[in-house]
Write a protein that binds this ligand. Sequence first.
Ligand SMILES: CNc1ncnc2c1ncn2[C@@H]1O[C@H](/C=C/CNC(=O)c2cc(-c3ccc(F)cc3)cc(O)c2O)[C@H](F)[C@H]1O
Ligand SMILES: [Mg+2]
Length: 228
Amino acid sequence: SGTTRPMRILHYVQRSAKCGDVLSVISAIDSFCSKVEWAMNVGDKKGEILDAVVLETRPRYVLELGTYCGYSTMRIARLLPPGARLITIEMNSHYAQVAKELFQHAGLDAQDKSAEKRPAGPTCKVELLLGSSSVLIPQLKKKLDIDKFDLVFIDHWKVSYLPDTRLLEECGLLKSGSVLLADNVTCPGAPDYLEYVRNSPRYRSQYFPSQLEYLQVEDGVEKSVFLG
Ligand SMILES: CNc1ncnc2c1ncn2[C@@H]1O[C@H](/C=C/CNC(=O)c2cc(-c3ccc(F)cc3)cc(O)c2O)[C@H](F)[C@H]1O
Ligand SMILES: [Mg+2]
């Protein structure tokens, strides 16, 4: 089959979502993935929890680990005030390319930060970094002039949740009050991460029960506030 699932999502969105309308892109992805083909977007149910945490945190600096097709990137970006920065890290160049084309359809001014010829400073809200989080996280302060993140949305390989959280701490990218929001802590699960944030005195953690995207299966997201 010549096409990939992300490509089929992109083609459906290009055919059926209104250009420049990020909400219509988000709902087109949700209808495709609930009616035609499942995909690992955070989805509309857990997406509402994500929305609520973004609105409550009012973050200026946001990091997302695991862009995939950019569904949650768009959910977050649409709620950020001008001047806020959303950095999303994706190691798979095909997924990154699809995400960029979805951002374009949605009219989100997104920039591929890995491209050398970029204007100085953040001219746009979404900055897509191509590469592995373990390599890029230690470079964020220097390369992107980022000091601390107010909100981190964690949705990449589940075995990487804990090591990357430790890395964020070690790189001094979290401040007292920084919020980590982790997808899939029930399904597929991230047991070592949960054990850490729920038992560490440096976090105040809260579980939000929900359902796995597009299915009647239990899942949930974990919100953990870094206490410094
Ligand atoms: C490790 N460092 C990385 N750096 C940059 N990009 C990365 C890195 N690691 C992965 N990526 C990038 O992040 C994405 C990976 C998302 C993984 N997500 C899931 O597996 C996941 C799975 C299910 C699921 C549930 C039930 C079931 F029956 C089957 C599947 C549900 C979910 O919501 C998920 O998020 C992308 F693919 C990869 O390139
Ligand atoms: Mg997920």
